[in-house]
Design a protein around this ligand. Structure first.
Ligand code: HEC
Ligand code: HEC
Length: 476
């Protein structure tokens, strides 16, 4: 599947645990208080547009938010085979890979678009497919621009150069080609979403019309990141690792559409569905740790005490009532690699976003969403954190045991990307520690932006304490 996805991704660009216990979340407004730790800012939760979760789940699986794509018959001929129907889709959508949607363009062309949300926001763990878990197996290491042209020839040959089909593909192709210039990563497992978006957004005017001349410069060094789990969105006051996504979340969620959207009127149509998408995302619950019942309650309780004494100030509490402080922590306070946050702050993408259809220019500007860069990282909710390896915003740390002991973090570590067997002991991805950046399966923490330094808050613990703390984290 991943080889297929790797090649097709660029050509084209549940654990919905029903009946889970409702947890209460304290929303304490969000201003700096005397108890806010130094170097941290408390983010304020804002009222979100409400929607229908069921409709959101359907829109995510069948919706047109990618905008344009490859005419469906040509796509089907190129792909062949019968991939597994991971999203439980019906009709024509049942037989295409789960990472793509089949939909109609504004000109009535039946297309398959580029990567849908699940192309990056679903993954495998112990052989199980988990919707909403960030993809830990992605492969953005190669650039397949060559195949774009091949598909263009097919479309034009079959439908004619002036057809609506050729137009649908051309709109998609210009976005996907712009994106391809920036999406390549040095190794697997990290995701280029913001690089991709920056590369395409600069080819669009504020009203989303295409501009052959770029409207802003590329940031000197944008880097790829890990992909956060969706089940924590409901606790957050700001989206994204560096907390840049503010205001109306539904609008922020649509950014992938810059690749293939026809025009602002089509985007207004997407926008009407995204409050539903947000509502569905907010129903997600984290997966439960395997054999969680066999953990020793006394050890877990010891871990709980250590957590509340050492970690809760930033990450909140996970008792009957959850208190999550929504803290944005300065990069020099958490000490993790600042390059990701710095690069986003330096990119023209933020100003573009804020003045484009997504921000002030939007049809529903009353719901205004905006981007506010900061050289800082959000201390994330730790619900289901056992399942979200690798750790930190750049995915540079393979497991929880080494996250809590910075002296043991590997500089170069190599994973088997064919195997989703999880290490439930150290809690993360099984790996080999190697001497150098051997190949695309090896994470190289010496590359700027991919450093594994900082977050040394577990370093002072001894091994027994660390183990107890990790056992507690398994229960969240
Ligand atoms: C090409 C891969 C890719 C695609 C496609 C994609 N995302 Fe993401 N998404 C990411 C990455 C990477 C991040 C993390 C960026 C960051 O936080 O700085 C992210 C972050 C998010 C977040 C923020 C979560 C948090 O905890 O802050 C949400 C919500 C989200 N995406 C929703 C969506 C939706 C909805 C779609 C489809 C409309 C989508 N994404 C499509 C890669 C992708
Ligand atoms: C001063 C605030 C602060 C304290 C104290 C703190 N953390 Fe964090 N933690 C953060 C921030 C900020 C991040 C995100 C850093 C990044 O991604 O670069 C983070 C990230 C993490 C992550 C990675 C989450 C993921 O999915 O990648 C884990 C796990 C974690 N912390 C656990 C702990 C534990 C356990 C403790 C107590 C020993 C602790 N933290 C103490 C601020 C803090």
């Amino acid at each position: 599947m991943s080889a297929l996805r790797a090649s097709v991704a660029l050509v084209l660009a549940t654990s919905l645990t029903a009946g889970c216990t409702e947890r209460q979340l304290i929303d304490d407004g969000g201003v700096s208080t005397p108890t806010t730790p130094a170097g941290t800012t408390r983010l304020e939760r804002t009222v979100q547009r409400s929607g229908d979760p069921e409709a959101g789940w359907d829109y995510l699986r069948y919706g047109d938010y990618i905008g344009s794509g490859v005419p469906a018959d040509i796509f089907t001929a190129l792909i062949g085979g019968e991939p597994p129907n991971r999203l439980g889709r019906e009709g024509d959508s049942a037989s295409i890979p789960y990472v793509f949607n089949r939909f109609e363009t504004p000109t009535g062309v039946d297309v398959v678009g580029g990567l849908n949300c699940f192309g990056c926001h679903s993954s495998y763990l112990n052989g199980e497919f988990i919707v909403g878990l960030g993809d830990a197996f992605s492969d953005f290491t190669s650039n397949q621009t060559g195949q774009f042209e091949q598909a263009r020839e097919l479309v034009e040959f079959r439908y004619g150069e002036d057809s609506a089909e050729a137009e649908a593909y051309a709109i998609f192709l210009r976005g996907a080609s712009a994106a391809a210039t920036r999406t390549t990563t040095p190794f697997r497992g990290v995701n280029s979403a913001f690089l991709l978006e920056e590369a395409v957004a600069r080819q669009r005017n504020a009203d989303l019309s295409w501009s052959d001349e770029p409207v802003f410069d590329l940031a000197p060094r944008l880097v790829a990141s890990d992909v956060p789990a969706w089940w924590n969105v409901k606790k957050k006051a700001a989206l994204y690792y560096s907390g840049i996504g503010r205001g109306d979340f539904a609008r922020l969620l649509q950014q992938i559409s810059v690749v293939g959207v026809y025009h602002a009127e089509q985007a207004d149509g997407f926008d009407a569905n995204f409050p539903d998408v947000l509502a569905w995302i907010e129903t997600l619950e984290p997966p439960v740790f395997p054999d969680v019942d066999t953990l020793d309650p006394e050890v877990v309780e010891r871990g709980h005490q250590i957590f509340e004494a050492t970690c809760s100030g930033c990450h909140g509490t996970y008792n009957e009532v959850h208190e999550y402080p929504n803290l944005l922590v300065d990069a020099d306070v958490v000490g993790t690699d600042p390059v990701y946050a710095e690069a986003i702050a330096a990119s023209g993408l933020s100003d573009w976003y804020n003045t484009s259809w997504f921000g002030d220019y939007g049809a529903a500007a009353g719901d205004s969403s905006y981007v506010q860069p900061a050289v800082a990282y959000v201390a994330p909710p730790l619900d289901g954190v056992w399942a979200t390896a690798p750790y930190l915003h750049n995915g540079s740390v393979p497991n929880l045991m080494t996250l809590l002991d910075s002296s043991r973090r590997p500089t170069f570590w190599r994973r088997d990307f064919q195997d989703s067997t999880y290490d439930t002991n150290s809690v993360g991805w099984p790996h080999q520690v190697v001497e150098a950046g051997l190949d695309v399966d090896t994470y190289d923490t010496t590359i700027p932006g991919y450093g594994n330094q900082g977050h040394t808050f577990g370093d002072h613990l001894d091994d027994d304490e660390r183990r107890a703390l990790v056992d507690y984290l398994k229960t969240l």
